[in-house]
Design a protein around this ligand. Structure first.
Ligand code: PAF
Length: 278
């Protein structure tokens, strides 16, 4: 069976309306395409929580700054559709830019709380663009449940906060990080790594584990992680830090769960990873 691919909001909504008329619960897996095992695992994760699954494929321009890789971001829709064909998705929503951002589009979303710092220090435009597109996708699909990977942990926290703050009627799930055999977190941007950079990239996860399990004072553990990353061959460290797992603020006596987060660079490639910390 060929998976239906909807290019317009109206067509996708007509399908959702038919499902809802039958009392079915709809799940949404938002992606920017270049699908890998991590994305496919999100579809498997959401499946028990809904009756029908929409996978969206849209490389969202508003979450890229002018100097970033919007034009070169990996795109292979034929391969994405082939990968989805054998899985549990029931349809694909793959709109064009004009469908999502028609002429005259002016609305923006202003965020704070978990959106403050970390990724925002490096990519100030990023969460505004993500919040905008996720809001649009949720409203267009009227999904009852949606899932986002924990690899982009701050993104997941920002989306959870936004959904709560705006009373959006959707359940948000987090999907576990899927890793290559050597521990590298799967990412569409891993294709940018050269053969020489690849073994260095694999060291990120071990350094993250050490940070997450360190019993040293927080600032000492963070400094050790930064040194270890540079010694391993990373060219720069955007952050190596322990945060409150929910608010992403600096942990204090009220912190219940902590999260270790690292972003390190190999040339132009930014590698993200995170895990629960002690
Ligand atoms: O994580 C991503 O792939 C994107 O940020 C998302 C959530 C699909 C929004 O464009």
């Amino acid at each position: 069976m060929t998976l239906p691919v909807y290019r317009t909001i109206a067509d996708m909504r007509a399908q959702v309306a038919a499902w809802k008329a039958d009392g079915l619960r709809v799940g949404l897996v938002p992606t920017m395409g270049a699908l890998h095992q991590g994305h496919l695992s999100l579809i498997d994760e959401i499946a028990p929580h809904c009756d029908r699954i929409i996978t969206s494929i849209f490389v969202n321009p508003t979450q890229f700054a002018a100097h970033e890789d919007l034009d070169t971001y990996p795109r292979d829709e034929a391969a994405d559709l082939a990968a989805l064909e054998t899985g549990k998705a029931d349809c694909v929503f793959a709109p064009g830019v004009a469908e999502m951002y028609p002429d005259g589009f002016t609305t923006a979303i202003v965020l704070d709380g978990p959106a403050r710092g970390l990724e925002s220090d490096n990519r100030p435009h990023f969460f505004g663009g993500v919040a905008l597109i996720v809001n649009k996708l949720l409203s267009q699909s009227q999904a009852d449940v949606a899932i986002f990977g924990e690899k982009d942990y701050q993104q997941l926290r920002v989306i959870r906060r936004m959904v709560r703050d705006l009373d959006l009627p959707v359940e948000i799930l987090g999907g576990p990080i899927i890793r290559e055999a050597d521990g590298l977190a799967m990412s569409s941007r891993n294709v940018y790594l050269t053969e020489a950079q690849r073994p260095i990239a694999a060291k990120l996860n071990g350094i993250l584990k050490t940070l997450a399990h360190s019993t040293a004072p927080r600032d000492v553990a963070e400094e050790e992680a930064r040194h270890a990353l540079l010694a391993a061959g990373f060219t720069a460290v955007d952050y190596a830090t322990i945060r409150d797992a929910e608010t992403l603020a600096i942990p204090d006596d009220n912190t219940i769960e902590r999260r270790a987060l690292i972003v390190a660079r190999l040339g132009d490639v930014r590698l993200l990873d995170n895990m629960a910390a002690i």
